[in-house]
Design a protein around this ligand. Structure first.
Ligand SMILES: Cc1cc2nc3c(=O)[nH]c(=O)nc-3n(C[C@H](O)[C@H](O)[C@H](O)COP(=O)(O)O)c2cc1C
Length: 353
């Protein structure tokens, strides 16, 4: 076993949140070796007017304060989404708030947007070389009475610093946040955010893509409404999905009844079905990022065939380490070749065609 596997194993022995903090520190110190990104024409695609070297991204929540985006990009990701960041600093919920469900290859978290605030986030982003695509995932402060104001403030602060911005309306750990997915509220939010973007585009002379991240715990009606509103407002894309508040019966771990959002393997079926539904309801007209329970190239490929133009992951990295990024990209090339595709774009949503 090499030195770096030993570091990875040591980190995994720590309590969950300490392990996460240790991983961030190790990335800062540069003691996690970088991995040459898989560079292959089959994996390259253009989405939201951005050129992605490969379709595998890091999901929001790992680097909430944009401290290590360079180190993360060096792990071979096609893109890294930092955040969720809130306008003002806030400490989040009381610890413990992160739980491993090792038997289920899952995690439950109830962080509640612990964030150093948008000012620190922006300062951190400015320090990076940004050798790749970076997104900022923005949220609202717990005590804020005006979500639209919070998103506008955060959007303005990061607009010129990142390649795309995600409006997080689906974390289960901020009271009322997911209500923003309701039709009228969502429509009003999208209208205001679009106004802000037009203003920022005029100032910066750049039109940055804006994505919305949705939950897996939506009814058929909710999904129809979201698609209708998203098409009407011509949003750039949806990220499908965040963690779930549901608890599949087959969970084994003693931590299964902890409050919060469940991610990892037990989320795969639910989030993939949501992705499939959204793709079908929108007739493939909204670019989608598929996230939830991806732990192999086959999983990533299933999401792509269900309608994802790009994918993201987080929880599987806790159990398998960053080597998984390369494994998924290499595996995807083989799967695309096996099925006679020349480029990933050809496989997007293929199971619906
Ligand atoms: C510890 C943890 C913290 C997270 N924090 C955020 C967050 O701040 N914002 C967000 O949009 N999603 C957050 N997520 C959700 C992930 O981005 C992702 O949508 C979800 O975990 C499903 O993917 P996975 O099964 O590959 O982990 C978090 C997930 C985990 C496990």
């Amino acid at each position: 076993m090499d030195y770096y596997s030993v570091i990875g194993m040591a980190i995994r022995k720590l309590p969950a949140e300490l392990a996460h903090d240790a991983a961030i520190r190790a990335l800062k110190l540069g003691i996690i070796p970088s991995s040459h990104a898989v560079n292959h024409p089959m994996l390259k695609s253009r989405c939201f007017d951005l050129d992605f070297n490969n379709p595998v991204g890091l999901a929001a929540g790992f680097d909430k304060n944009a401290e290590v985006v360079d180190g993360l990009l060096a792990q071979g990701f096609g893109f890294v989404e930092a955040g969720t960041v809130t306008p003002l600093p806030q400490s989040g919920n009381m610890k413990p708030r992160l739980f491993r469900l090792a038997e289920d290859e899952a995690v439950i978290n109830r962080f509640g947007f612990n964030s150093h605030g948008i000012h620190v986030f922006a300062q951190n982003i400015k320090k990076h070389k940004k050798n790749g695509i970076i997104g900022a995932n923005i949220g609202k402060n717990k005590d804020s009475l005006n979500a639209v104001y919070d998103y506008s403030v955060a959007l303005e602060a990061v607009y010129d610093l990142v390649d795309y911005v995600t409006i997080n309306i689906s974390s289960p750990n901020t009271v009322g946040l997911r209500d923003l997915q309701q039709k009228n509220t969502l429509s009003a939010l999208m209208l205001e955010i679009e106004k802000k973007r037009i203003e920022l585009a005029l100032i910066t002379k750049k039109r940055k893509p804006l994505l919305y991240k949705i939950a897996p715990d939506l009814s058929q009606q909710d999904m129809e409404d979201i698609v209708e509103v998203a098409l009407a407002h011509k949003i750039d894309g949806l990220i499908v999905t965040n963690t779930t508040i549901s608890r599949p019966e087959h969970l084994q771990s003693k931590n299964r009844n902890e409050r919060g959002g469940l991610s990892g393997k037990p989320l795969f079926a639910l989030s993939t079905q949501t992705l499939r539904d959204i793709y079908r309801l929108s007739h493939g007209k909204i670019p989608l990022i598929g996230v939830g329970g991806i732990s192999s190239a086959e999983d990533a490929y299933t999401k792509i065939k269900a309608g994802a133009s790009l994918v993201q992951l987080y929880t599987a990295l806790v159990y398998q380490g960053f080597g998984l990024v390369r494994e998924i990209n290499e595996g995807l090339i083989k799967l695309l070749e096996r099925d006679g595709f020349h480029n990933i774009k050809e496989a997007v949503g293929i199971e619906n065609k």
